[in-house]
Write a protein that binds this ligand. Structure first.
Ligand code: GDP
Length: 135
């Protein structure tokens, strides 16, 4: 089973991409595809379209396009649910000890990593970055 992760621009800028990748591999995830991307405004708007009406949508789109980000297709048993556990809560102040966001996130917005939140979302998000993996 595949899920989609994005190491966000804040984590790349802070030099934490390698440590986060090692953390994910240590949790049993295998990298099936990886791509360093610089999201355009249109791409970030499409990716986060579900949040279009939220007050944080515009700053989120700006942040996600503010620098390089690393998109990853990750494989593991129960990949979607397990990756959500490994990354922790959206707000690092609420994330459990040892989670990626507790270790590396700066704020509720600049929170180091994205992970798909359901099997349906994972299929859409993997295809968004890696159409070559589509069945
Ligand atoms: P996730 O599934 O844990 O990433 O959280 P959501 O799907 O709810 O939100 C998507 C992304 O929007 C988060 O990862 C944050 O980068 C950002 N975000 C969420 N909530 C807030 C908020 O209250 N304020 C700001 N500035 N950004 C937020």
């Amino acid at each position: 089973m595949l899920t989609l992760a994005i190491i966000k621009p804040d984590a790349i800028e802070a030099g934490n991409a390698g440590k986060i990748l090692a953390h994910l591999e240590g949790q049993g995830f295998k990298i099936r595809a990886a791509r360093l991307v610089r999201l355009t405004k249109a791409q970030a708007e499409e990716f986060y379209a579900v949040h279009r009406e939220r007050p944080f949508f515009r700053p989120l789109v700006t942040f996600m396009g503010s620098g390089p980000a690393l998109a990853l297709a990750l494989a593991r048993e129960d990949a979607v649910a397990h990756l959500r556990q490994v990354i922790g809560a959206t707000d690092p102040a609420e994330a459990k000890a040892g989670t990626v966001r507790k270790l590396y996130a700066q704020s509720r917005e600049r929170n180091a990593i994205h992970a798909s939140d359901s099997a349906e979302t994972a299929a859409r998000e993997v295809a968004f970055f890696f159409p070559e993996l589509a069945p």
